[in-house]
Design a protein around this ligand. Structure first.
Ligand code: AMP
Ligand code: GLY
Length: 421
């Protein structure tokens, strides 16, 4: 079976590595891919926003299955168009991808299907939003409704900050994504990421992870896409995972059937583990980045048939085979990330790091420039360590970081602090 992987980040490099191990794989293509993915797949420059071009490419190359990494093509309906062309694809269709694409859609679903989440209001009008703030003092959370690359959420610790957030979003700072806003109750607890594979009707727990969203050590500074992660999340015990499946994932699948948009693909629940139990912060309609770079190295079975079962509607119920070992990844980022990442600096020593025992290096924002590997994005490399404990995984990841020669790059030194206690 020839497979086309869509995307170019560290998540897709980890997916490419797992897919490339499948005995069922014929040839792997990636659009657009990156230099790391290029060691495992043929990278092609098909324009993924041109769905007809993607379909034509699949026909030309005899591609039987498409794996979509990022959210934008899902929200744009790529999977619907591939389905209509008779090409199986992993990921939700456009309507189901609203679970990520519209926070208001998800909040209404949670209300209608008793899914535990923060109390909220939904507003298309500034004066109504400000009136809601009058009745609900800080701390409170203000969110742009649509996709805002992780930047559309303001956790306001004061009333003034909350009012300013409403003004900023309605002034058009997030474009279309801010045409509506959601204001919600501030929840307290530990955060965790939980992933379930879904085939429209059934869900199968995949794995858990914890991310580090802030750019700076000690969880300080602006939010990012994620500066490091580990899997499993020690707080996600078997009992907690079972609760999340029963209280959040399964009601969501039932709700999506009732909404006429059965959910297939991977459902990524951002959770707050509050004193009243797990509550949903948000859903993503895709694998996490960098969570995938710590979940897939623990997978002890073939990924390809699992993803295909999601698309075909025949997902098995037998548990996913995951190593009990811990994987921890450290994001090596370009100077200026997240505000203004500087491109072009030269990175050396990646192969040396990847040759260390228990170390994998996933490329994210890299580019090959002649003989040199150069930074070409914000999050540039993910150095993953796999070990018998969080500490061993962490030590291996940082040993990998140490042999990479990239004076301009930076990373957090405290990835895993929560799990290490
Ligand atoms: P989101 O993009 O919705 O995942 O939000 C980004 C971050 O904002 C989350 O990872 C949380 O740290 C924080 N956050 C979002 N919603 C809430 C909430 N209702 N209460 C507390 N923190 C929140
Ligand atoms: N690491 C968070 C995300 O993928 O959205």
């Amino acid at each position: 079976m020839n497979v086309l992987l869509i995307g170019s980040g560290g998540r897709e490099h980890a997916l490419a590595l797992a897919l490339s191990k499948s005995p069922r794989l014929g040839k792997l293509f990636a659009a657009p891919g990156n230099p790391g993915i290029g060691t495992l797949a043929e990278c092609v420059s098909v324009d993924v926003t041109d769905h007809d071009a993607v379909i034509a490419f699949c026909r030309l190359m005899g591609i039987g299955f498409v794996v979509v990494g990022p959210e934008a093509p899902l929200v744009a309906g790529l999977v619907d168009d591939l389905d209509a062309a008779g090409i199986a694809a992993f990921g939700p269709g456009k309507l189901a991808a609203q679970l990520e694409g519209s926070k208001g859609f998800t909040k209404d679903l949670a209300r209608d299907f008793d899914i535990p989440t923060a109390a909220y209001g939904r507003f298309a009008d500034k004066s109504a939003a400000l009136a809601y703030l009058d009745a609900h003092p800080a701390p409170i959370v203000v969110k742009a409704d649509g996709l805002a690359a992780g930047k559309g959420v303001i956790v306001a610790m004061s009333d003034a900050e909350a009012r300013e957030a409403v003004e900023t979003i309605f002034s058009g700072a997030f474009g279309e994504a801010g045409a509506e806003i959601v204001i919600e109750e501030f929840m307290e607890g530990e955060e965790a990421s939980f992933f379930a594979l879904c085939d429209g009707n059934k869900a199968l727990a995949f794995a858990s992870a914890q991310d580090h969203k802030r750019v700076g050590e000690g969880d300080t500074g602006p939010n990012t896409g994620g500066m490091g992660a580990y899997s499993p999340a020690p707080v996600m015990s078997d009992e907690m995972s079972a609760r999340v499946m029963a209280e959040i994932i399964e009601p969501t699948l039932r709700g999506m059937i009732a909404r006429g948009a059965p959910y297939k693909g991977v459902l990524f629940a951002g959770l707050m583990l509050t004193k009243d139990g797990p509550k949903l912060i948000e859903f993503n309609a895709r694998f996490g980045d960098p969570e995938t770079q710590v979940m897939l190295p623990r997978l002890e079975e073939d990924l390809l048939p699992l993803l295909m079962q999601c698309a075909q509607g025949n997902l098995r119920s037998q548990k996913v085979a995951l190593s009990p070992r811990t994987a921890l990844t450290v994001v090596y980022a370009a100077p200026g990330y997240p505000e203004n990442p500087q491109k072009g600096s030269i990175i050396r020593g990646v192969e040396k790091a990847a040759a260390l025992e228990g170390v994998m290096v996933f490329h994210a924002g890299t580019r090959q420039q002649g003989a040199d590997l150069v930074a070409n994005g914000g999050r540039v490399l993910n150095v993953t360590g796999l070990g018998a404990s969080v500490k061993e995984a962490r030590d291996r990841a940082y040993a990998g970081i140490d042999v990479i020669d990239w004076p301009e790059g930076f990373y957090r030194r405290d990835i895993g602090w929560r799990a290490l206690g």
